[in-house]
Ligand binder design. Structure first.
Ligand code: GPP
Ligand code: MG
Length: 292
């Protein structure tokens, strides 16, 4: 049964979920990786994506062990924040009257970044009740809960108002869903001329099929990484016209090179990402599209 939720509430029932979606929700309800929580604590911006840009590797030379850990944590957070800012830049121009939709919002960092950048209202959606509650608590503490709200809902079927959004995005969350269903929901929510942005890891069609490393990443996160081609096919089918495509693969590597040396934060997937990026089977991509 699908119950159409009130856009102002955070506790409306999510539509009936597949067994797979229940497993994904369980993963995120249980997830407490220090690489996410310790970074988030720095400034109360909790991201669930990776970083981009050159890393300051001098943090590794810090002789005091406690200070070294702190400096590495701070540097990784800086790189993740730079990624969130890049995405937020691509949403604009937006005004404080505008509303944006954060599909697969995790613990909420991206919506806060978008609000701070543009002054806009944000609705974040996550399949994890725990993440939605956590993110709403952070928004309350920050005093922006009148502008930024998180909802325990399914991003494929949000129940939000048709055409009410000036911009929307997925930041590393598309690999959990069928792209046609996802883009149909974005196209429904976005007003004509609205902007959709995705940052994602995708497998490279020129390599062939999914590599061993891509399959290992899928198993690690219980996700299903799409090929690059599928993004463009599914966008074309759903009134989303790419305006800007950026291959961020090279810019993603310094983050992983630093993260693999952060003994206090590693999760075990670091070398797999590096091999996947370096053997050409996997790409880190930003696509900005207009809703026509
Ligand atoms: C990062 O989340 C992103 C995902 C789990 C989705 C998979 C992304 C790909 C690009 C394949 P996270 O910040 O919770 O992960 P981690 O705990 O590894 O930092
Ligand atoms: Mg993380």
């Amino acid at each position: 049964m699908t119950i159409a939720p009130d856009a102002d509430t955070t506790s409306a029932p999510v539509p009936t979920q597949s067994t797979y979606q229940n497993r994904v929700a369980e993963y995120w309800n249980a997830e407490e990786n220090p690489v996410n929580l310790e970074l988030g604590k720095i400034d109360d911006l909790y991201h669930h994506h990776y970083g981009i840009g050159d890393a300051d590797r001098t943090v590794l030379d810090e002789p005091d062990p406690e200070r070294r850990r702190k400096r590495i944590t701070t540097e990784l957070h800086r790189l993740e924040h730079a990624q969130a800012e890049l995405l937020a830049d691509r949403l604009g121009p937006l005004s404080p009257a505008d509303r944006v939709f954060d599909a697969g919002c995790g613990r909420g960092g991206g919506s806060v970044v978008a609000h701070l950048r543009h002054g806009c209202h944000a609705d974040g959606v996550t399949i994890s009740a725990k993440q939605a509650a956590f993110a709403n608590e952070r928004a309350r503490e920050r005093g922006i809960d009148d502008h930024v709200r998180y909802h325990h809902r399914n991003m494929l079927d949000t129940g939000f108002e048709t055409g009410a959004y000036a911009a929307s995005w997925n930041n590393e969350s598309t690999m959990y869903v069928e792209l046609d269903l996802l883009f149909a929901e974005h196209a429904r929510l976005l007003r004509r001329g609205g902007r959709y942005v995705v940052i994602t890891g995708c497998y490279n069609d020129t390599y062939g099929r999914a590599s061993r490393e891509v399959s290992l990443i899928n198993a690690h996160y219980i996700c299903d990484i799409h090929p690059r081609s599928e993004y463009f096919r599914a966008m074309a089918r759903n009134r989303l016209v790419p305006a800007h495509v950026q291959d961020l693969t090279a810019e993603a590597i310094p983050y992983w090179e630093l993260r693999r040396q952060a003994d206090h934060l590693v999760t075990g997937i670091e070398d797999t990402f590096l091999t996947a990026y370096k053997n050409g089977s996997f790409q880190y991509l930003l696509i900005a599209a207009d809703r026509v």
